[in-house]
Design a binder for this molecule. Structure first.
Ligand SMILES: C[S@@+](CC[C@H](N)C(=O)[O-])C[C@H]1O[C@@H](n2cnc3c(N)ncnc32)[C@H](O)[C@@H]1O
Length: 396
């Protein structure tokens, strides 16, 4: 028996072998409803680019009609390198494919999204794949905290956590419209010491996540500091030791800030294009911001608390982000929606919302709250993996 290790093992890829590569490609084919007419050739790993190439064959002629390219480290399908389902269909039908490509639409047209208000229950990684490409105009979210406690069974390694965030950034990229913004509220995580002989540790999550944004093709725009009024971070007990002894090296400031990181989906076009090409001049005009806007990148906002959720952000924060980074009528997505603060702010400001949340308890809170945001109109909300909102539940 040979004990030679595979190149994919040496490289510590997530996609280790041809079976795994085929399985990922099959899920992709099923989403495109092409699994009955397209089969696979032999997948090959390319360790110069850290990708797997899975050849796609016409099931009846066995001719190659395209390929699926998979990122070997993350297992994500690289859509821009893979043959699109439209092109595959055209090739299977012997049509010229040029006319069917979405990228052939005139370069300067700007499509208004047809999405309506949506509440979806489930893992954002999966739900995002069901949304149409470029159907969202702004993403504002705060991701789940990294729960770094090996003593709990739901403990995942930090690398796994980052991989999950990366996959969500990847799928968000597809659904975000050209040149539009992804704003993320995120902060370092404090890992408490397990006992008196150990030190507590801070993990600089925003700096690791920044790299993921860049690798997924977003451009960095701004780092805004959300400063909470004095007192907000004192409960962590950080800095108590120094306050008592005053020895150098023991200094530890109490954290009273979080980051609001601003990215833009890459485009060659200037932001000015997003404003000029907007098809509804009235909406652009109505979205203009008055004189009371925030001049600097330090925003002072009181934190919010809600007995129903441990980590809500303040409505005021969501309002500011939505007013500064979207137009009226736009679709605002929160892939980690919690109890739906982004949805409430979006409705108040005349925008539409798409809220994705994994925890059914929070989803039922959002469904209930949406009735107070929208009244009777709440029954027009599209619900995914959860029951529709009925008109007769709504008291006006
Ligand atoms: C920091 S909270 C967001 C709170 C929200 N900003 C608010 O004001 O209510 C993050 C949320 O992400 C949810 N979540 C975690 N993993 C998820 C996933 N893979 N897909 C969708 N939601 C997820 C958690 O249940 C949690 O409610």
């Amino acid at each position: 028996m040979s004990n030679r290790t595979l190149v994919s093992e040496q490289r510590k890829y997530l996609v280790l072998n041809v079976q795994a590569a085929r399985k990922i490609a099959r899920v992709w084919l099923e989403r495109a409803h092409l699994e009955n007419v397209v089969g696979f050739g032999l997948p090959e790993v390319d360790d110069r680019y850290h990708i797997w190439r899975v050849p796609l064959l016409n099931n009846s002629s066995q001719e190659k009609v395209g390929e699926v390219v998979i990122d070997a480290y993350t297992s994500l399908i690289l859509e821009d390198k893979s043959t699109s389902p439209q092109v595959l269909e055209a090739r299977l039908l012997g049509r010229t494919e040029k006319a069917r490509r979405t990228s052939d639409r005139p370069k300067d047209t700007y499509m208004l999204s047809a999405l309506r208000n949506t509440i979806a229950q489930g893992d954002a990684e999966e739900v995002l794949q069901e949304l149409p490409a470029e159907s969202v105009d702004l993403i504002f979210t705060s991701p789940p905290y990294y729960n770094a406690r090996p003593e709990y069974t739901d403990y995942i390694s930090y690398e796994e956590y980052l991989l999950k965030i990366r996959k969500i950034l990847h799928h968000c990229y597809r659904v975000l419209a050209e040149g539009r913004f992804f704003v993320m509220n995120i902060s370092p995580v404090l890992i408490r010491r397990a006992n008196r002989n150990q030190a507590s540790k801070r993990i600089a999550v925003p700096f690791d996540v920044h790299r993921l944004f860049i690798e997924e093709g977003y451009d960095f725009i701004d780092d805004i500091i959300w400063e909470k009024p004095e007192g907000a971070g004192w409960a962590t007990g950080r800095g108590r030791r120094f306050a008592a002894d005053r020895n150098p090296l023991q200094y530890k400031p109490v954290p009273v800030t979080e980051y609001i990181l601003v990215y833009r989906k890459h485009t060659e076009k200037l932001i000015d294009w997003n404003i000029r090409a907007h098809p509804d001049k009235r909406l652009v005009e109505e979205s203009r911001i008055g004189d009371d806007y925030e001049r600097t990148n330090i925003w002072r906002i009181k934190p919010a608390h809600d007995p129903r959720h441990p980590a809500v952000f303040p409505l005021e924060l969501a309002e500011r982000v939505i007013r500064y980074y979207s137009f009226k009528g736009d679709v605002v997505l929160d892939p980690f929606a919690g109890i739906g603060t982004v949805g409430k702010a979006a409705v108040m400001l005349g925008r539409r919302f798409v809220l994705i949340e994994q925890n059914p308890r929070y989803v039922s809170i959002i469904r209930e709250e949406a009735k107070s945001w929208l009244g009777k109109e709440a029954c027009t909300i599209l619900t995914i993996n959860c029951p529709p909102i009925k008109t007769d539940d709504i008291l006006l």
